[in-house]
Design a protein around this ligand. Structure first.
Ligand code: GLU
Length: 466
């Protein structure tokens, strides 16, 4: 059975690089009815952050990435790790090392001076003399002294690490706490992980983990080390480029599926397909097809996908999504009309909310740039005339077609140019010149509200704050 895991360290928020890894693990497990597990790597008590832990779980909820079973917390599993450390000590595969920090520093300096790679020299490996007093020892594993460790990676192919580069590394600190590589290995084994999919910044740890697997006689999972996501300049993603807390994307008005679709393509592809339903992702994704080189974060692609999903979402679902935002839509009986009108033109839910609120709110001021450009001496005169014409119709005009035909006749009779008429009308109705089609706005607002808004604009001649 395929069993994958996502194993974040809660030292910071979950950002999109981590989320992409989680998505790949999720897809690969779900595709074959396997299991996807969540493990919180929280043994670094100094750097752990409770808020970050919560944020990771919230992000999974928001995105609908369900994990199987309980969340594993490494901090609750210390006894398990200690048992395996004791086993290695008992078998003579690990040993206490009494080297002090000063001794280590001196050794390191000597090696650097001799142009050697700094590494522990194994002086306590088979130590038979008296053990030094007053030193709390660390525990080191006996790493192979020669040969290569070969990682047969599903993305990088065969990567060789020479044992001459790997020293007897520490598996437990002097305070008894097991080290990172040790706990990862024990957990991956005990959780029956079949496929380890993770960022390629961890490739360097893999030979050490393999040494631990081998020492304990564990089966080694299949590794997939996923190349990083870079910014458009080819550098590491920074906050400004999008390495944000995933929940920030929610605040900015992205739909969960748009983000997942964006991430699945960031490092993996299926011909030139851009839009993937969850089912298509499950059908088509395979970690062996993950790109070998780093991918580039492209915000406009994300916006494009988000716009696509907003436009194609049912209005009922959009209403649900908008609940998170401060949107005035909810008790409006023209919900459908408003959403159909506004969802065509926006890229995020925040923009959708703004454009809906803009329509529903009476203008509290008029956009100055638009007023300067479009409100001329004769504007008030013809708007007044137009208002009289509307009033004559006395509530008979309802649809955008009705408003269109009456307006077209008016424009012709008054010999007006389109922008000369439309932009002041837009300003009167919404306070802005950037708004959806005037006739659709009029239908949404309804006859009485249209007349009242034009009347107000005419009364204050567009130049006061109302
Ligand atoms: N805890 C590690 C991290 O957050 C991941 C370890 C792993 O996937 O093996 O980068």
């Amino acid at each position: 059975m395929t069993i994958t895991r996502f194993a974040p360290s809660p030292t910071g928020y979950l950002h999109i690089g981590g989320l992409r890894t989680a998505l790949y693990c999720y897809l690969w497990a779900r595709k074959s009815n396997g299991e996807f597990k969540l493990r919180i790597e929280d043994t670094d008590t100094q750097r752990n952050n409770k808020e970050a832990m919560k944020a990771i779980i919230n992000a999974f909820d928001w995105l609908g990435l369900e994990y199987d079973g309980e969340v594993y917390y490494q901090s609750k599993r210390l006894d398990i790790y200690k048992k395996y450390i004791q086993q290695l000590l008992d078998e003579g595969q690990a040993y206490y090392c009494y080297m002090t920090k000063d001794e280590l520093d001196t050794l390191r300096q000597e090696q650097i001076n001799n142009k050697q790679t700094p590494r522990y020299d194994g002086r306590y490996r088979d130590f038979k003399r008296d053990i030094p007093k007053n030193v709390e020892p660390v525990i080191r594993i006996k790493a192979p002294l020669e040969g290569d460790i070969i990682v047969d990676d599903g993305i990088k192919s065969v990567v060789k690490f020479s044992c001459s580069q790997i020293d007897d590394f520490i598996i437990a600190r002097s305070n008894g706490m097991p080290t990172y590589n040790f706990v990862v290995t024990i957990d991956d084994y005990l959780m029956n992980i079949s496929h380890v999919i993770r960022g390629d910044d961890h490739l360097i740890n893999t030979p050490k983990q393999m040494i631990i697997y081998q020492a304990l006689g564990f089966n080694i999972p299949k590794f997939f080390h996923v190349p990083m996501i870079n910014n458009p300049q080819g550098k590491k993603l920074s906050k400004r480029d999008g390495a944000l807390d995933v929940m920030e994307y929610k605040k900015q008005g992205y739909l969960p599926h748009a983000l997942l679709n964006f991430l699945v393509r960031l490092g993996w592809s299926n011909k030139d397909q851009e839009i993937f339903s969850m089912q298509e992702m499950l059908d088509l994704f395979n970690p062996s097809n993950i790109n070998k080189s780093a991918s580039i974060y492209n915000e406009s692609k994300l916006l494009w996908l988000n716009a696509h999903y907003i436009k194609n979402m049912s209005n009922d679902d959009l209403v649900k999504e908008l609940k998170y935002f401060d949107c005035l839509l909810f008790d409006n009986n023209k919900k459908e009309l408003i959403l159909n009108l506004c969802k065509q033109r926006v890229q995020t839910l925040v923009e959708l909310k703004n454009s809906i609120n803009l329509l529903i709110n009476k203008p509290s001021s008029y956009e100055q740039k638009g007023v300067k450009k479009f409100i001329k001496d004769n504007t008030i005169i013809f708007l007044n005339k137009y208002l009289q014409l509307l009033e004559k119709e006395n509530n008979n005009i309802l649809s955008s077609n009705d408003f269109e035909s009456i307006s077209q006749t008016f424009i012709k009779e008054e010999e007006l140019k389109f922008p000369q008429f439309f932009q002041p009308l837009r300003l009167a109705l919404t306070g802005h010149t950037q708004a959806p089609s005037v006739y659709d706005i009029m239908e949404v607002l309804g006859y009485d509200e249209v007349c009242s808004r034009i009347n107000k604009a005419v009364q204050c001649t567009f130049n006061t704050s109302l």
